[in-house]
Design a protein around this ligand. Structure first.
Ligand SMILES: [Zn+2]
Length: 466
């Protein structure tokens, strides 16, 4: 469908009562389109990936140009007034429309059209964000536009028989790129948001680095980060939303590394790769829990309960009771049952001779049992203080061929290495060059070579707490 065609419900295609009313209606449509920027800047339903392209009820496309000609043919110019407003706290859409001048009965009739149509997601009706416009002709409400999403609004117009019809309008968005590069003062989150990134970009950044870095412990003031991400602009040049991260880098004390988001054509799985084409994804996650602080490291220590000095075979993460614990890697549950001083205990067998164990749990994930396969990042249980424990924490152990090792300083097998597959590596190089060019265009001094493989320093530097 051409961007300038608009589908309409079939019943709206009935012959208009008179030429003038047809003209007025077109004028209103024109007024609405005009107010929402250039006519050509709006794409009517039919964009791919929208529910409407499939479900527009018996849509009969009417070329918009034809309707505009009709509009200009109308001899009498109706008095069209317009008002607008933003949704306030505890306000309904009807409340908003009446506040901007619509008579209650007409506002209700117009909004009633939306019932059962799924044109507006009520969860997207947010105070301060959702806006509405109303058009009046000789004091009567003739059209309403409700904008609940940055790139879509719903236009409700009064037909010649005084019934109402609703139609989604899509803004035509122009893709662009944005680069954020800054020193971390308090957190990556606050620094990134202050510069135009959104929650999703920070979450993507964190997931790219989740295997390499403990964000609680290994990010220091003065460390720098960079994020290049897609962004979308409307016809008026307003940035309406952001898209995927293309590049993420951390240049800090604990680590200097950059990752390119890349989707190899053979498996179609998007992942983050460093400049050598090595996946950021690791065999095991560095910490199988979020938001916890390490309360005791791997190594010899005096046991807080027995008083004897002996090897602490794991890493302790202090966290509130009930905090979710994740499977560090794909594997099979070997045990999910009480284990003496370990309390409620889970052991998972991974490939390559690796095993991980999780102790002192308050409870197991629903239905978890031995023999079950689990995926990396899947919730397997919750923090507690069962067994010989002095407070809620996760005691986490990693074994390699049956021998306990320090999970925090472990050199882990990595994920996919593109270099092992020449055609895919070529694809990656082309993609990387494109992203580097975008970074340069957005002000980056390209220096990925300096961001070499993880320094992996700082491990076990903190003395074990008693
Ligand atoms: Zn422990």
């Amino acid at each position: 469908m051409s961007p300038i065609e608009t589908p309409e419900p079939a019943n709206d295609a009935a012959p208009a009562k008179g030429r003038l009313s047809q003209g007025i209606k077109s004028l209103i449509v024109l007024a609405v389109l005009g107010s929402a920027s250039a006519v050509a800047g709006l794409v009517m339903a039919g964009r791919t990936n929208t529910p409407f392209s499939e479900t527009a009820e018996a849509a009969i496309p009417v070329p918009l140009a034809a309707r505009l000609v009709t509009a200009w043919d109308a001899v009498e110019m109706p008095v069209v007034e317009r008002s607008e407003g933003k949704l306030e706290r505890n306000e309904t859409l009807t409340g908003l429309l009446t506040r901007i001048g619509a008579p209650m009965r007409e506002a209700n009739a117009a909004l009633h059209t939306l019932n059962g149509k799924d044109l507006i997601d009520s969860r997207r009706l947010l105070p301060g964000k959702t806006s509405a416009e109303a058009w009046f002709e000789d004091g009567a409400l003739t059209a309403v536009s409700v904008r609940a999403d940055a790139d879509r609004s719903v236009l409700i117009t009064r037909k010649s028989d005084n019934t109402w019809t609703a139609l989604p309008l899509y803004a035509k968005l122009t893709p662009g790129y944005m680069r954020v590069e800054a020193e971390i003062e308090s957190s990556i989150y606050s620094a990134a948001l202050a510069r135009g990134a959104e929650d999703q970009q920070v979450a993507d950044f964190a997931s790219a680095f989740a295997y390499d870095i403990d964000f609680q412990r290994e990010i220091h003031p003065g460390d720098r980060f960079e994020i290049l991400f897609e962004t979308y602009y409307d016809e008026r040049g307003n940035r309406v939303r952001n898209g995927d991260i293309l590049y993420a880098a951390l240049n800090g004390k604990a680590m200097q590394r950059g990752f390119y988001r890349f989707t190899p054509s053979d498996d179609g799985i998007a992942d983050y790769y460093d400049q050598n084409g090595e996946s950021a994804t690791k065999f095991l996650m560095k910490t199988p829990i979020n938001g916890a602080r390490i309360s005791s490291n791997f190594g010899n220590r005096r046991h807080p309960i027995s008083g004897y000095t002996r090897l602490h075979k794991g890493t302790d993460f202090a966290a509130p009771t009930g905090t979710a614990i994740y499977a560090a890697g794909n594997g099979t549950v070997q045990r999910a049952s009480w284990n003496g001083g370990y309390g409620n205990y889970i052991k998972i067998k991974h490939s390559k001779g690796y095993e991980t164990a999780y102790a002192h749990l308050s409870r197991y994930a629903k239905g978890l049992k031995s023999g079950q396969k689990v995926k990396q990042g899947q919730v397997i249980g919750y923090v507690g203080s069962t067994g010989a424990s002095t407070g809620p924490h996760l005691h986490y152990e990693v074994y390699v061929n049956g021998k306990p090792v320090n999970a925090m300083s472990l050199k882990l097998p990595t994920g996919r290495k593109l270099v092992e597959d020449a055609p895919i590596m070529e694809e990656f190089k082309t993609h990387k060059a494109m992203v580097d060019a975008l970074r340069a265009a957005e002000g980056a001094q390209i220096a990925t070579a300096a961001l070499t493989v993880s320094a992996a320093s700082g491990e076990a530097a903190a003395p074990p707490t008693p």
